[in-house]
Design a protein around this ligand. Structure first.
Ligand SMILES: [Zn+2]
Length: 414
């Protein structure tokens, strides 16, 4: 059976709506995937995440390998059983986190220069969870990567086979192959060599999985190639022809949004025709305008730390394109505001009738409830966006739905 059923296509773009079939159920696409990096969607119960309309979460091989480790999670029946999430799970390979330590600058780039590399591109707050600067990379070899654990300082080794073994222990429905996430600042030569190694690692991952992997687990290859058109197209072709069930797009997508859209477009163009039935995932991207454009470019699923991370830091997502769809509630102007967070939003936070003054107070005081309320709203906001885009594709009205969202229009659900 194909892993993706396409139910409708938009005629003015590459957008499609469908269903991704996994061992733990279907995921309606296009969809955003909340992060459960360390086997928890920070601050929320699994049942709350599901109630917001989410059907899949993303766990991380690197962090879960170091703590609590594969043996414990396997003993408890895999990541889903361990954390009480009954739906599909996708796991990232750990490549990005390992290489973030080595390339060093990625974490700093996210913090200080918001327009540089993360798991894939990094325009603004986009980004993967947790590169840990306390760890250190010791050696990058053809065999794999040797590094020092940020948890206990011990020397560890992660290889393509090791990553697939860990993802088998996690029992995820979708596994990503182990890749080198090439950073933004390297040259074409480095990117070309690194992309070739990623392709060799892909073969090793597939070989390991064919012999030892869970049979129902789908494997996604990862398109690299930096911002270079020929490298990206070649990489997309290689992944599509490799026997992977799905295709993820990662690595540096450029310094600004226009370039990022171009680079994603190179990859999705190569995936049309014969390879259309393969689901496509865009790694580490979750800004509202990027999600809209990504859907138009033919991406099926996205993940990003942004909505929950912003929520923990007092910022809420609202339909305000001028301010990057954000409001910072820790700012003094909300201290006494009786405004609701977002009129017409049906999430538990907004339905609870909390004033911006109260949310601002909680956020400034660092109260857990504040982080929970804002993370809940932010995830609900993106779930609503994706549901609207999906419905737009099904109704043949994507253009007007996308236009309304881009213009900052937001109305209670029809
Ligand atoms: Zn809300």
């Amino acid at each position: 059976m194909m892993s993706l059923t396409i139910e409708a296509r938009d005629h003015a773009s590459r957008a499609r709506a469908g269903a991704l079939h996994t061992a733990h159920g279907d995921v309606r696409t296009p969809a955003f995937v909340p992060l459960a990096t360390k086997a928890t969607v920070k601050g929320l119960l699994p049942v709350e995440v599901a109630a917001l309309g989410y059907e899949m979460v993303l766990g991380n091989t690197f962090h879960l390998l170091l703590n609590p480790g594969p043996e414990l999670i396997e003993r408890f029946g895999g990541m889903g059983r361990f954390m009480g999430w009954e739906g599909p799970i996708v796991t990232d390979s750990g490549g990005f986190q390992v290489f973030s330590m080595g390339h060093g600058t990625v974490a700093e780039e996210i913090k200080s220069r918001p327009s540089r590399g993360t798991r894939s591109s990094a325009v603004g707050w986009a980004g993967r969870a947790g590169s840990d600067r306390e760890g250190a990379i010791l050696a990058i070899e053809e065999e794999g990567v040797r590094f020092r654990s940020y948890v206990d300082g011990r020397e560890r080794f992660l290889s393509p086979e090791g990553s697939m073994g860990m993802q088998a222990a996690l029992g995820s429905d979708l596994a990503l192959v182990f890749d080198e996430c090439t950073p933004f600042h390297v040259d074409r030569e480095y990117t070309a060599r690194s992309t070739e190694r990623t392709h060799r690692w892909l073969e090793r991952c597939l070989r390991w999985h064919a012999q030892h992997g869970p049979r129902e687990q789908l494997v996604y290859g990862i398109v690299q190639g930096g911002v270079w058109e020929d490298l990206r197209r070649e990489s997309a072709q290689t992944i599509a022809e490799s026997g992977c069930e799905g295709v993820a797009i990662g690595g540096s997508l450029g310094a600004e949004k226009a370039q990022m859209y171009e680079v994603v477009g190179y990859a999705t163009e190569e995936l049309m025709g014969d390879h259309e039935g393969k689901p496509r995932h865009l790694l580490g991207i979750g800004e509202v305008d990027d999600l809209i454009k990504g859907v138009e470019l033919g991406i099926d699923t996205f993940d990003c730390a942004m909505p929950t991370r912003l929520g923990r830091h007092g910022t809420a997502l609202i339909p305000d394109p001028e301010n990057r769809w954000r409001v910072d509630l820790t700012k003094g102007r909300w201290r006494e505001s009786d405004e609701p967070l977002l009129e017409g939003c049906e999430c538990p936070t907004c339905a609870g009738g909390f004033s911006r003054a109260y949310l601002s107070y909680l956020a400034r005081a660092g109260e857990l409830t504040g982080a929970r309320l804002l993370s809940t709203h932010n995830l609900a906001f993106l779930a609503r966006l994706m549901a609207d885009l999906r419905q737009g594709i099904l109704d043949g009205e994507l253009k007007s739905v996308a236009g309304a969202w881009r213009a900052g229009e937001f109305a209670p659900k029809r």
